[in-house]
Design a binder for this molecule. Structure first.
Ligand code: BGP
Length: 473
C-alpha cells in the first residue's frame, strides 16, 4: 500500500490557488476596460452579475498579502483580454497593462509565482460582434493579444495557460454563453469555432516558445475520468465515445495536432465537421506545449444510447453531462456521493485522470482547478473573529490531494496544485452564494456590504499543508 505522506514532492512544488478575471476583479467598466461577452450576457435570474465580484481590481494588494500569509507558491489568475485591448484588437489600454504590471510585481514581492491564463471565457464583445471565434480574424487578434502580453509581462511571468476549458465552451456552450442559439445549426458553428480556437492556441504556444524560451506554456481543459454505467460492452463503448469527444479531442489536438478517429466520426455523423483550410493541420502539428494543465471537480458516468431517448438538453451546468443521442447518454454512479449541486465527489477518479493523461501524453501535469462550492455560513470564532467552519471543503481537498500524492508516488509527474478558488468569487451561474475560496468575501448576492476579507478554517488548514509540503495532510 502506498503512503501518500511518505513521498517527497519535486522541489519547489507549486502549491497555489486560482481565480479568473471576470469572476473576481469586478470594476467591469473601469480602468479603460472594454466589454466582454460575459459583461453583456443575460444573467441567471436571482443571482448577482459580474460587475463588482470580489472587487479584487481595487483590493488586490490586500488580497495578495493574504495569499502570501496563506503561503501560496503560485497564484493562477487570468488576464482580461478587454483590459489590454478594449476592442479585442487595435489600441492598447495602458491602464490595463499597468494593473497587471502592478499585480504581478506585488505577487513577486512576496515570492509568489504568477501563473497566467490568457483567456478564461471572456471574449471581447467587439470581436463577438464581428463573428467571434467563427471568424478566422479572431485567431489573429488572439495571437496579437498574446504577443503584447508576452512582451509586457514575459520578463516576470514564467508559466502561461492558453485557454481555460475550451472543451466546456464547446460542450456546454449554452451554460457558458458561448453558443449562438439563433443560428440554424449552432453546434456546427461551435465546432468551427473550436477548430479556430485550437489554431489560435497552437500559434500562441509556438509564439511563446519562440519569444520566451525560458517560460512554459500549456492548455487548461477540464479533464475527468468517465465510467460506463455497467460492464455491458455497449456501455463501455459509450464511455469510450465520451472520452474521445469530451477529453481526448482537445488534448490530442493540442499535443499531437490531430482529430482522433472516434471524435471525427461523431462530427461526421452529425454534420459538424469543421472546414479545415490549407496549412491548418501543419500549424496544429507544429506546436508542442511544455505541460498539460487541467481542471477537475467530478468524474462522469455514461450509458449506451439507442439513439431513441430524448436527451434532457442543457442543464445549465458545465459539470453535468449532456448526452449525445446514439453515442452516450448521461447516467449516475451510485458509488459516489454528490455535493450540494449534484456533482459527484470522486477523489479516486482524480487519481485515475492524472494517470490517464500522463500515460497518454507523457508531459508534466499541473492541476489548475479543483475544489468544493458550498453555501458557507459566517460564524464567530473563539477570539471573536468572523470565520467559516468549512470542514467539508477541507475534507474534499484532503481526499483529492491524497490521491494526487498517490499518483505521484506511482510515477505521474505533477508540478503544481491550484485549488479553485484562492478567494470567494462569483460562480459561473450560481452567483456568489456558492463559495469556493479559502478567504471569505463579505457580500451577498445583491447587498455588496463592506467586502471585508475573513480567513476560513480551510485557510489555516491549507497554510499548514503548504508549510509542511503536505506532510500535515
Ligand atoms: C470551471 C470554470 C471556473 C469555475 C469552476 C466552478 O468550469 O473554469 O471558472 O467557475 O468551473 O464552477 P461554477 O462556478 O459553475 O461552480
Amino acid at each position: 500500500m502506498l503512503n501518500p505522506k511518505s513521498r517527497q514532492l519535486t522541489p519547489h512544488f507549486l502549491w497555489g490557488a486560482s481565480t479568473s478575471a471576470y469572476q473576481v476583479e469586478g470594476a467591469w467598466n473601469e480602468g479603460g476596460k472594454g466589454s466582454s461577452v460575459i459583461d453583456l450576457a443575460n444573467h441567471t435570474e436571482g443571482v448577482t452579475d459580474f460587475k463588482v465580484c470580489s472587487d479584487h481590481y481595487h483590493r488586490y494588494k490586500e488580497d495578495v498579502k493574504l495569499f502570501a500569509e496563506l503561503g501560496l507558491k503560485t497564484y493562477r489568475f487570468s488576464i482580461a483580454w478587454t483590459r489590454i485591448f478594449p476592442n479585442g484588437r487595435g489600441e492598447i489600454n495602458k491602464e490595463g497593462i499597468a494593473f497587471y504590471d502592478s499585480l504581478i510585481n506585488e505577487l513577486l514581492s512576496y515570492g509568489i509565482e504568477p501563473f497566467v491564463t490568457l483567456y478564461h471565457f471572456d471574449l471581447p464583445q467587439a470581436l463577438a460582434e464581428q463573428g467571434g471565434w467563427g471568424n478566422r480574424e479572431t485567431i489573429d487578434a488572439f495571437v496579437e493579444y498574446a504577443r503584447i502580453v508576452f512582451s509586457h509581462f514575459g520578463d516576470r511571468v514564467k508559466f502561461w495557460l492558453t485557454i481555460n476549458e475550451q472543451n466546456m465552451m464547446i460542450l456546454h456552450g449554452n451554460a457558458l454563453g458561448t453558443q449562438d442559439t439563433s443560428l440554424a445549426d449552432p453546434m456546427k458553428a461551435l465546432y468551427q469555432e473550436n477548430h479556430h480556437m485550437l489554431l489560435a492556441q497552437a500559434q500562441v504556444i509556438k509564439l511563446c516558445r519562440q519569444v520566451l524560451p525560458n517560460a512554459k506554456i500549456g492548455p487548461a481543459p477540464n479533464i475527468v475520468s468517465i465510467y460506463p454505467a455497467s460492464s455491458h460492452p455497449e456501455d463501455i463503448l459509450a464511455a469510450n465515445n465520451y472520452y474521445a469527444i469530451r477529453n481526448w479531442l482537445y488534448l490530442d489536438m493540442t499535443v499531437f495536432g490531430r482529430y482522433n478517429t472516434t471524435a471525427w466520426h461523431f462530427l461526421k455523423c452529425r454534420g459538424w465537421t469543421p472546414k479545415i483550410e490549407k496549412g491548418d493541420m501543419e500549424i496544429l502539428a507544429n506546436a508542442m506545449p511544455n505541460f498539460i494543465a487541467f481542471n477537475y471537480y467530478t468524474s462522469q458516468t455514461v450509458a449506451r444510447s439507442s439513439g431513441e431517448e430524448v436527451e434532457k438538453g442543457h442543464t445549465g451546468d458545465q459539470h453535468l453531462t449532456v448526452g449525445e443521442s446514439g453515442f452516450y447518454t448521461a447516467s449516475r454512479n451510485n458509488h459516489l456521493r454528490v455535493n450540494e449541486f449534484g456533482w459527484e465527489v470522486d477523489p479516486i477518479g482524480f487519481r485515475t485522470t492524472l494517470r490517464e493523461i500522463y500515460d497518454r501524453y507523457q508531459l508534466p501535469l499541473v492541476i489548475t482547478e479543483n475544489g468544493l462550492g458550498a453555501f458557507d455560513k459566517l460564524v464567530t470564532d473563539e477570539q471573536g473573529n468572523p470565520t467559516v467552519e468549512d470542514d467539508y471543503r477541507i475534507d474534499f481537498l484532503r481526499l483529492h490531494i491524497e490521491q494526487m500524492l498517490l499518483a505521484i508516488e506511482e510515477g505521474v509527474e505533477v508540478f503544481g496544485f491550484c485549488p479553485w478558488s484562492a478567494i470567494d468569487l462569483v460562480s459561473t451561474h450560481q452567483g456568489c452564494s456558492k463559495r469556493y475560496g479559502f478567504i471569505y468575501v463579505n457580500r451577498d448576492e445583491f447587498d455588496i456590504k463592506d467586502l471585508a476579507r475573513y480567513r476560513k478554517k480551510s485557510f489555516y488548514w491549507y497554510q499548514k499543508l503548504i508549510n509542511t509540503d503536505a506532510k500535515a495532510l
